[in-house]
Design a protein around this ligand. Structure first.
Ligand code: GAR
Length: 192
């Protein structure tokens, strides 16, 4: 199961996937490339540190949703690696319908809340400020609605009275770093 990771930033989830892969925990999955719409994103350096192709792509930074023109470029680049699975790991652009159609049922996303609660941006901060006592993270299939596809797995995280936004954020990330490789490993076994 060949994988392409798409991300825009820090790359801690990509790092968790790449580490699990190098540690032999992803079954027959192979990470072929990391693509980023942010040309100097740390996620690209993380890919390089695992000797995985790091491929920046210029996408109009001024719109949340990727245009049809940029989508064609993104499909062309992604197709170079013929992925069975595309993993959105902190990819902060909204994919166009034609990209989702091109890879129907082959794109998963990690989101830092228990969907359907706290869809969209700044989910960790919004959940914390809302005073929820349980939040967590979700891995789901990507569909046309943002953060709306079928849920594959979730991991809950409790909010303790002693938590600050920082400590809560760290707990959510730790849960993500466990859950995402775990889901990929299960999908890879289901593939065989
Ligand atoms: C992660 O917390 C991920 O769940 C979130 O961005 C962060 C990326 O961190 N994604 C979304 O909010 C998507 N809606 P990372 O670059 O360190 O993996």
């Amino acid at each position: 199961m060949d994988i392409v990771i798409l991300g825009s930033g820090r790359g801690s989830n990509a790092n968790a996937i790449l580490k699990a892969w190098k540690d032999g925990q992803l079954g027959k999955a192979q990470v072929k490339a990391v693509i980023s719409d942010v040309l100097d994103a740390p996620i690209l350096n993380i890919a390089k540190s695992y000797q995985v192709q790091a491929r920046p792509i210029e996408i109009n930074a001024n719109t949340a949703k990727i245009s049809e023109g940029d989508t064609n470029k993104l499909i062309e680049l992604t197709n170079e690696f013929k992925p069975k699975l595309i993993v959105l790991a902190g990819f902060m652009k909204i994919l166009s319908h034609s990209f989702i159609q091109e890879y129907e049922s082959r794109i998963i996303n990690i989101h830092p809340s228990l969907l359907p609660s706290f869809k969209g941006l700044n989910a960790i901060k919004r959940a914390f400020e809302c005073g929820v006592k349980i939040s967590g993270c979700t891995v789901h299939w990507v569909s046309k609605g943002v953060d709306e596809g079928k849920i594959i797995a979730q991991l809950p995280v409790r909010v303790m009275d002693s938590d600050t936004l920082d400590s809560f954020t760290q707990k959510i990330h730790a849960a993500e770093h466990f859950l995402l490789p775990e889901v990929i490993s299960q999908l890879s076994f289901a593939e065989n």
